[in-house]
Design a protein around this ligand. Sequence first.
Ligand code: URP
Ligand code: ZN
Ligand code: ZN
Length: 477
Amino acid sequence: MSALDSREAPFDLVIRNADVATASDRFHSDIGVKDGVIVALGRNLPAAPREIDATGLLALPGGVDGHVHLDQPMPDGMRMADDFYTGTRAAVCGGTTTVIPFAAQVKGGSLRDAVSDYHRRAEGKAVVDYGFHLIVADPTPKVLAEELPQLISEGYTSFKIYMTYDDLKLSDREILEVLSVAREHQALVMVHAENSDCIAWLTDKLVGQGRIAPKFHGLARPAAVEREATHRAITFSELVDVPILIVHVSGKEAISQIRWAQGRGLPILAETCPQYLYLTADDLGRPGDDGYEGAKCVCSPPPRDADNQDAVWRALKQGVFSVFSSDHAPFNYDDPEGKKLGGKAQSFDHIPNGIPGIETRMPLLFDGVRRGKLSLHQFVELTSYRPAQLYGLYPRKGTIAIGADADIVLWNPEARVKINNDALHHAVDYTPYEGIEVTGWPVHCLSRGELLVSHGRYLDPEPGRGRFLPAGAPSLV
Ligand code: URP
Ligand code: ZN
Ligand code: ZN
């Protein structure tokens, strides 16, 4: 700290000796911050009232996690463990300074009401900035003609649609209608691609045979049902002539469809997540003390096998994926509102889908940089720059540049950390990545110039300091 008064200093904060890495550049620089914005990059910047020495650390743009579920209303009995406070606290402790959760329409309900309700859930709680995706579950003529165009113009420029889950799924015809609105109003549609009828048929057969343990979740949702739905979604995108983003791609079958489409010049974007790099179907069979621990890894699409993990790593390196998100879906394990719904083990088809990962997303991918699986620039592109672009937040977020928000993570690329749920900051009672050792962890994290994590310690910022970010049009180039 210097004794300078902030009124006379050109900066409120200077980060010294940073090894700055963005999606495209790497340079040594000081970073000057004023009013929460980066205003100077250069050597030997003048002194500021607050200074941070970044010697030996990487300075990365704060992560943008473009796929998280926080305090999302659930069907009866289930409840997410993280609200906007605990979820964003965990995010920033893992290097993520912007999150984009989902405001979900219920069938028969209005999209506008879902957005209003979701704002109420975030206000006074979020500690980092946030945008919203919409989930379109009931595309009535009014939703398509009025609500959706109006909401897009107000800064909700991306929405997710589902090809599975009874309470969310759309028919093929409805998907085409939603894609048409996206085309007309320049929004980006994210697609959950799994074939609903195939899953229902397989589930009925398995349950009828008494095969109800968590490991059968994987057999009910084989790669073929993801591959088929991925191909179908690509066809819809081609028919309507609009980009789509296939979310949470689990392995080589879906990747082959995406490569095929991209090779034909179709605007197919894709996302993958840590679970497809670090978990396999064997984890769904973890016995644990109660024979049910595999429930901790139940997510959809399910994790596959080591060969598929390799395929996902390769596709990351080759640029098949644009974004790497957590798909943080925080359900407690030992909890009547979580994986042990009603307080007891469930048949696999009743286990709430989704796993926590908002804090571990960036370290788990960064470990791949160390192992030569992808470059540092690709890491920044996948975790920050591209999500900011696609979700209409760039250049305010996603880079270290003059004029960008001072959302900066000072990262120790040498820190060795064994992931341990007790040290994480979410409100979930487990992590599926327990015991995995990674190299690279955030040391200091700043959001709009405010230090929220210092020397790895969460500084307890004011809940509600996080701001809603209306999104601009997706930038697809
Ligand atoms: O299993 C998952 N992925 N749950 C979260 C909801 C979703 O489909 O992304
Ligand atoms: Zn999904
Ligand atoms: Zn999700």
